[in-house]
Design a protein around this ligand. Structure first.
Ligand SMILES: [Zn+2]
Length: 679
């Protein structure tokens, strides 16, 4: 699961903790902070996108062997960059090559509006790893004419024909992931997980008859394959060496083998070995064995996520998108968070769940703040801010999971964040004061509770399948909402004070509730087009949670909808009652998951999470116009530059910041261009 920190982007008022706070207690880091005080976080801004940089604090403190391990793992990730482009859309690689050829070869007038619009379009495509918006899922619309594009093609001798050319300007494949069933979940989605003429029904029937050797330990069928029709029969094209994406996978394996050679310990080496084996065979049994080894490898200072993992881009939730995140431990922050981990059973025992849905013993939950050293695939340039893996429920239950918060990414976000929105959308001065004093800690603890306690909490009833089978397209948003609710419920619990995590749980809770409701019912709407529905899982869950408690508490006026000078505000009048409502919704959400109650999931999401209040939406967009800052951010990666001796041995590795977004994108396309244009 990924956890994205959009709240922070919208309403950041002060800096977030992570590295900055850690530095105060760590003299070594203080020096570095001072040194990096004038670090320029922003690289570029275009359309609705800001591109930022992040640093790798503590890089110099790693041993050369550890630096090598990081470097090899980063290269392994970048080697798979083309995979995500092709997964996102079957014509993306062709289009990217054509656009880049124009960009580097055009010698005509570059001062015109048309050329600037072409540049913006290319940057948007780079940012989204394809021609569909990374968040709204809508196909990007170029602001230049087809005629102008034809001119660019001919002047640079670039060839782009047929559907790959036409689709830039027509209405075909308009949505990357379509969750509107009436348009067909598969037929309506542009992603490249299913071949021509395949429907959701075909896919479900195909996987329904697949049997796992051990029914209690179900394999993740469909995770690493494209389902196609060949001679009228459904066949899986498996992602593996010699299979689909083979050339990229072979490069990944090459770098993983190097990483295995400098592994920090036996368990980590075993994990890498199993991942290599999985990439070579595509065998899902090996994938599970790998995940168990990976989850048990907790000793090292370096960790990584690398493979086909999150299934949000598949409208049916089977196939994983390629992603890579290489991480260095942040010991200081992890220590603070381990308090939650040590008490996870208390949170489970005291949760407002039905007794039969509580886990009797919550296993192996770990929470760590890490320093990101490199990202690729679906995690780049747009990145999550926290990750909890593996996704398999049975592995989580039997072996636990790893949960990380990406500290330096969060720090970069907050330092580049905009101010002013809080003043505009908060109901009163007290709300602003609480946000300024506690908002940062509330966000951080919410993330921690969401990941450590939330995703680990609760159990599915015996005989009920995994949520992707039972709750289908509602599984992701239901799970994210459930984890959010666990966090919300506990953010106002005296236990947090008792554990020394906060000095005043009531103030912290108030700041958290104000922020959540403000975002869920208003400010997150700046991210979607007027008239559009909410599609993204996390955004949906923030709305269905907020809208549900608003409605259920309406008679008692628990959350007031206030109109002042023509502006709408939501004012929480009874925080304790609101907490009870969060608890009630948590209980129901867990019941839905435990019982696999599809109808209830559908009703909850469709009634509260999809449709937007048009009046409020119009107003929010209007009020937001004064804030120029782009709503979405992502990152370029620091470049790791090895220096070699005469024998070709790496003697040191330097961290260099890229000069511009386009420089890094062009370099990646040149260096990691390993797949054919059609796969
Ligand atoms: Zn989550």
């Amino acid at each position: 699961m990924k956890f994205k920190f959009y709240l922070l982007l919208l309403l950041a008022s002060t800096t977030l903790i992570s590295c900055a706070d850690a530095g105060v207690e760590n003299p070594a880091a203080v020096g570095k902070l001072a040194q990096n005080g004038d670090f320029d976080y922003q690289v570029d801004e275009f359309a609705d996108i800001k591109v930022l940089r992040y640093q790798i604090p503590g890089w110099e403190d790693l041993s050369l062997k550890e630096q090598k391990l990081v470097y090899y793992l980063v290269e392994a990730g970048l080697s798979g960059r083309d995979i995500i482009w092709d997964q996102n859309y079957r014509h993306n690689l062709k289009i990217r090559e054509a656009l880049e050829n124009i960009y580097t070869g055009y010698e005509g007038d570059k001062t015109t509006e048309d050329w600037k619009n072409f540049e913006i379009y290319l940057k948007r495509v780079w940012f989204s790893n394809g021609i569909h918006h990374h968040y709204s899922m809508d196909k990007l619309k170029p602001a230049f004419s087809q005629e102008y594009f034809d001119n660019l093609l001919s002047e640079t001798g670039t060839e782009l024909t047929g559907e790959a050319y036409e689709v830039i300007f027509n209405d075909k494949d308009a949505k990357k992931v379509n969750l509107d069933e009436s348009k067909g979940l598969v037929e309506g989605s542009a992603v490249n997980f299913y071949g021509e003429g395949i429907t959701a029904k075909d896919v479900e029937e195909f996987y329904a008859v697949k049997q796992s050797p051990d029914p209690n330990r179900p394999l993740a069928f469909g995770l690493n394959s494209k389902l196609v029709k060949e001679n009228g029969k459904l066949v899986e094209k498996v992602y593996k060496s010699g299979g689909m994406y083979g050339p990229a996978i072979d490069k990944i394996v090459y770098w993983l083998e190097k990483a295995q050679g400098v592994a920090e310990n036996q368990k980590q080496a075993e994990g890498l070995g199993l991942l290599i084996e999985y990439y070579k065979s595509g065998d899902l049994q090996t994938w599970d064995e790998y995940n168990i080894a990976w989850v048990q490898a907790t000793e090292g200072n370096i960790d990584y996520i690398n493979s086909f993992i999150e299934v949000y881009n598949d409208p049916l939730g089977y196939t994983g998108s390629f992603e890579n995140i290489v991480q260095i431990k942040d010991f200081d922050m992890s220590e603070k968070m381990s308090v939650l981990e040590e008490n996870v059973q208390w949170f489970e025992d005291n949760a407002p769940l039905m007794e039969e849905h509580k886990k009797k013993s919550v296993v192996g939950v770990t929470y760590k703040t890490v320093i990101v050293a490199g990202e690729a695939g679906d995690a780049s340039p747009a990145t999550p801010i926290g990750v909890n893996l593996p996704n398999s429920n049975w592995i989580r239950k039997e072996h636990g999971s790893k949960s990380v918060s990406l500290g330096n990414i969060i720090e970069a976000y907050s330092n580049a964040g905009s101010t002013g929105r809080l003043q505009e959308f908060a109901h009163d001065e007290e709300e602003i004061a609480l946000e300024e004093e506690y908002g940062e800690l509330a966000d951080k603890l919410h993330t921690a509770l969401h990941e450590v306690v939330g995703h680990a909490s609760g159990q599915i009833n015996p005989g009920v399948g995994e949520t992707k089978e039972t709750l289908k397209s509602y599984a992701s948003t239901l799970e994210e909402g459930r984890a959010d609710l666990v966090g919300l419920y506990y953010l106002m619990d005296p236990k947090l004070e008792e554990l020394g995590l906060v000095d005043d749980h009531e103030k912290l809770g108030k700041a958290a509730y104000d922020g959540y409701i403000r975002n869920g019912l208003m400010t997150q709407l700046i991210r979607i087009e007027p008239g559009a529905d909410i599609e993204e899982s996390h955004m949906r869950n923030r709305q269905w949670v907020s809208a549900w408690v608003f409605e259920k508490g309406r008679d008692r006026g628990i959350i007031e909808k206030v109109n002042r000078d023509g502006k709408t505000y939501f004012n929480i009048t009874d925080y304790a009652a609101l907490r009870e409502l969060f608890g009630e919704l948590l209980k129901e959400t867990q019941r839905i998951k435990s019982e696999g109650d599809y109808e209830a999931a559908k009703n909850l999401v469709e009634n509260y999470g999809v449709k937007v209040d048009q009046d409020v939406h119009r107003e929010v967009i209007e009020r937001n116009k004064q804030f120029k800052s782009a709503p979405y951010s992502g990152f370029v990666n620091p470049v790791l530059v090895p220096e070699m001796d005469e024998a070709g041995e790496i003697t040191s590795i330097k961290v260099v910041q890229p000069v511009s977004f386009e420089e890094q994108m062009l370099e990646y396309s040149e260096k990691y261009d390993v797949l054919p244009l059609e796969n």
